[in-house]
Structure formats: C-alpha cells, structure tokens
Design a protein around this ligand. Structure first.
Ligand SMILES: NC(=O)c1ccc[n+]([C@@H]2O[C@H](COP(=O)([O-])OP(=O)(O)OC[C@H]3O[C@@H](n4cnc5c(N)ncnc54)[C@H](OP(=O)(O)O)[C@@H]3O)[C@@H](O)[C@H]2O)c1
Length: 230
C-alpha cells in the first residue's frame, strides 16, 4: 500500500538517514523538511519519491509554510518530528535566545507541525513519532550544560502523552522515542571527540521500523532507546 511520510529535520544526521531509508521503498512518498535543502535536492535526484521543502521551525510562519507545502495531500501516514536544536552551556550563561530557540524548535515546532498534520490523519489514521532524548527521560543520567535542551525534550515526551489522551478515540497513534547517543553532526558539535555506540544510519533504521509498525501495538508511550543504564 502506498504511504506518505513527512520527516521534519531531514537535511543531515538521523533525519537524512530516515529519508534515505524510506526513499528506497518505492511505495513511499517522502516530504522532507529542513532549513537547508540544497544537498537533499542534489542527492535525491536518483529517487523520484522524495520532495524536499524549506522550513525554519524558528520562523513564526512555520505553520503556513507547512500547510502550503502539504496542501494537496489528503492523507499522511507517518509524521516523524525529528528536528532538534541543542545548546550546551552552563545554566547561568544561557541567554534568553538560547532558551527560546531550543523551545521554538523542539517544543513549539513539534506541536504546531502536529496541528497541521492532524487533519490529514484523522480519516485513515497515522503514526506520529516524536524524537526526544534520553536527557529528557525521567530518571536517566543527566548532563551539565543541557538544561535548555533536555527540558525541552522532556516537554516533547509530555506532549506525546497528552496528545495521545486527547486523540485516543481516533485512529491517530503517537509515540515518543528518547534517543541515546548516535554519531551525528549535532553530537559532534555538542560533545567533540565523543564516540557514540550507534551511527546515524543505525538509529534511523530502528526509527523507520518503529514508525511503520509500533502504532499497531502501542500509543502514547515514551520509550528510551539507549544502550546505557539507567
Ligand atoms: N544524535 C544524538 O546523539 C541524539 C541523541 C538524543 C536525541 N537526538 C535527537 O534526534 C534528532 C536528530 O538529531 P541529529 O543528531 O540527527 O541532529 P542534527 O544532525 O543536528 O540534525 C538535526 C536536523 O534538524 C533540523 N533542524 C534544526 N533546526 C531546525 C529549524 N530551525 N527548522 C527546521 N529544521 C531544523 C536540521 O536541519 P537544518 O539545519 O537544515 O534546518 C537537521 O536536519 C533531534 O531531535 C535530536 O535532539 C539525537
């Protein structure tokens, strides 16, 4: 069956790998959003099922941009809210702009994107996968410097539970994956020299499978995806 997949945060890292994975399935149409789309446009010329669109989740017009790009679609089957903004700074040095940008991308971006997609999932159902972090998972090991980022990721997890409750009588299912470390540009910028146990492609393979199958079994769940303990 043909599937329409929307990936937010698709230009690099895990999101880019998600695009590659879904693109290999010719029954999928992939709508790929991020600020930078030049590389996507150049590299996906070999696929005829990937549609890159520019989107800045810090832009107050983000909903209109998404609505315009997806206007012609009646149905979306999978939404992966993958875009993320990480600031690593001691708490007292965080600027208002640091905190605002984390929350714009990681929280408001996720909530408003979901608002745009809900009408396209109501009739035939769909799976929304919100990408959070182990840093936002209750009881996990925490890291100094991540208070803006990790609190915003905790909000994503909480939003997942609240959305699932509000839409429980519909065919829309929502789950949240709290990722552990994967080797991406974000990780390299925030923690130079750290070697993650998983590549971006490996993490994306897990997420792609989860996005396609998990909603048959679970809804409103916050799942740690980590090799570390706790
Ligand atoms: N890598 C890890 O170890 C790790 C661990 C825990 C959680 N995560 C989460 O996993 C997700 C993917 O992370 P990653 O490591 O692959 O990060 P990444 O390499 O930095 O990629 C982030 C993606 O988000 C997009 N993005 C950032 N700001 C945006 C904005 N204002 N508007 C639209 N798109 C924006 C970026 O595209 P543009 O810059 O082109 O806009 C990029 O495609 C994030 O939500 C992150 O918080 C990652």
């Amino acid at each position: 069956m043909n599937k329409t997949v929307v990936i937010i945060g698709a230009s690099r890292g895990i999101g880019r790998q998600l695009v590659n994975i879904f693109a290999m399935d010719s029954t999928c149409s992939i709508y790929a959003f991020s600020r930078n789309i030049e590389d996507l446009q150049r590299d996906v010329f070999e696929y005829n099922n990937v549609y890159p669109f520019q989107l800045d989740l810090e832009d107050s017009n983000r909903k209109t941009t998404l609505e315009n790009a997806l206007m012609h679609l009646q149905q979306v089957d999978i939404l992966i809210n993958n875009a993320g903004k990480l600031v690593n700074k001691p708490f007292t040095e965080l600027t208002q702009e640091d905190i605002r940008s984390c929350y714009e991308v990681n929280v408001m971006g996720v909530m408003e994107t979901t608002q745009v997609l809900v009408p396209k999932m109501l009739e035939n159902g769909g799976h929304i996968v919100n990408i959070s972090s182990m840093g936002g998972f209750q009881g996990s090991v925490k890291f100094a410097g991540l208070s803006a980022y990790s609190t915003s990721k905790a909000a994503v997890a909480s939003f997942t539970e609240l959305f699932a409750e509000e839409y429980k009588e519909t065919r829309i299912k929502t789950n949240c994956l709290c990722l552990g470390a994967a080797q991406t540009e974000m990780l390299e910028e925030a923690f130079p020299g750290y070697q993650a146990p998983l590549s971006a492609a490996e993490m994306a393979t897990y997420i792609a499978g989860f996005a396609q199958n998990a909603h048959k079994y679970i809804n409103g769940k916050i799942i740690p995806v980590s090799l570390s303990t706790p």
